[in-house]
Design a protein around this ligand. Structure first.
Ligand SMILES: C[S@@+](CC[C@H](N)C(=O)[O-])C[C@H]1O[C@@H](n2cnc3c(N)ncnc32)[C@H](O)[C@@H]1O
Length: 395
């Protein structure tokens, strides 16, 4: 593929000439499926900073950034999940802005895009260790924290009693220190979230699944939270520091995309929840609990999410168009990665809602039935991915 320049030299402004042609070429050639990008683990350890149900394949993010934005652009993903697109944007010299309504997603994105001082990371781990050491016994912790909550079994069934105490106190520590050195704190917290449950030797839980904490099996063995956390940090910290040396810092925001406030954006690239992906909170339940959700939040919070809203209709995407139009410069690029199920084609549903404020340049389909699973999110429901490319209308 010969890269088309997106720079309008005369105006001195980034332009979108050639966008439709490039978009058609992207959909035809699907560069993210070519070797080595199509390999399961392409993208490296930082993309796996913390498992997340619903995560995009990093190679898709990689090519959407490299083909449709320019170095230096401010690139926003307003529903960023764990920051796959923002991380790719940052790696490629763009200013990455992430936003998500989920505290779990925001935490992981912040660790990937915001600058932090590694000395703060060390201090936070020491502080956390002291907080755990000086904390109350499990019996007392259980009086104050609801460890009988859980969606595939109570939290207390997942861990050895001593590890359970450490996990509950670590959760408390992060909730109490909210707002202090947020990026360094979220580097530590993301690393802990990653090892919280799974079937690998590093997991703190009994044997479960690394993405979704299915009911645990196996022996109750003590696993030291601080030891395992330190091992995990030993792996990811050098990679984050290397990233910081080579790439511009970005920002992560927690909230509804309709309420986001940030400086003018050049491109929005996003992969909203696919139709029928309405159980995200149960799939990510233990990590959502760790980042602050309580038992009752699992009843009330999901109503605020698009996953739930779009079960009725797609009207929220009209609001999405208004919000993005308000944040972007005229001519700015919008790319959406959407899902098609047997009964709903999101690209068809969304196009008329986007069209009044964005000029649609290209809409293309990629069949995914012949590929390996794109994660738990796609299982069963999604038959194709769609890409919608548009430019912000003036005014
Ligand atoms: C399919 S996931 C995005 C995954 C992401 N591309 C990644 O690789 O991790 C969709 C995201 O939209 C977020 N979301 C849903 N409703 C939202 C809203 N109203 N405002 C902001 N984010 C929202 C969800 O929390 C979820 O993380």
């Amino acid at each position: 593929m010969s890269q088309l320049r997106l720079l309008d030299v005369e105006a001195g402004l980034p332009s979108t000439d050639g966008l439709a042609q490039r978009a058609a070429e992207f959909c035809e050639t699907a560069p993210h499926r070519q070797d080595p990008y199509g390999r399961r683990n392409w993208g490296g350890t930082l993309h796996s900073l913390c498992s997340y149900q619903g995560k995009l394949k990093p190679a898709i993010g990689h090519f959407l950034v490299s083909w449709f934005t320019e170095p230096g652009w401010r690139v926003l993903d307003p529903m960023a999940g764990v920051g796959t697109i923002p991380l790719e944007a940052r790696r490629q010299g763009r200013v990455a802005i992430a936003n998500d309504l989920s505290p779990l997603a925001d935490c992981v994105s912040r660790a990937k895009v915001e600058p932090f001082d590694p000395r703060d990371v060390a201090t936070i781990v020491d502080d956390l260790a002291a907080f755990i050491k000086g904390g109350p016994a499990l019996e007392q912790v259980e009086v104050e924290d609801d460890l009988s909550f859980g969606l595939n079994g109570p939290i207390r069934d997942y861990f050895h009693a001593d590890t359970l105490r450490e996990v509950a106190l670590a959760r408390r520590y992060f909730l109490l220190t909210e707002g202090l050195q947020p990026a360094a704190r979220d580097v530590v917290r993301s690393s802990l979230l990653h090892i919280l449950h799974g079937n690998r030797p590093y997991a703190l839980s009994r044997r479960s699944h690394p993405v979704t904490p299915f009911a645990p099996t196996g022996a109750f063995e003590y696993r030291s939270l601080i030891e395992r956390l330190s091992e995990r940090l030993g792996r990811v910290l050098p990679l984050l520091q290397e990233l910081a040396e080579e790439s511009p810092p970005g920002e992560s925001h927690l909230g509804d995309f309709r309420e986001l406030v940030c400086p003018t954006i050049d491109a929005v690239i996003t992969s909203p929840p696919f139709a029928k992906s309405f159980r995200f909170w149960s799939m990510n339940w233990m990590r959502l609990w760790f980042t602050g959700w309580e038992r009752e939040d699992f009843g009330s919070e999901p109503k605020r999410y698009l996953e739930t809203e779009q079960r009725q209709d797609f009207a929220a995407y009209g609001e999405f168009a208004v919000a993005m139009h308000g944040l972007m410069r005229p001519g700015g690029v919008l790319v959406m990665h959407l899902g098609e199920t047997a009964s709903v084609n999101m690209a068809e549903e969304l196009s008329p809602l986007i069209d009044p404020l964005f000029e649609i340049q290209h809409v293309g389909r990629e069949c995914v039935l012949d590929t390996e699973s794109h994660g738990l999110r796609d299982k069963g429901a999604t038959v194709a991915h769609w890409y919608l490319f548009a430019t912000r209308r003036p005014g």
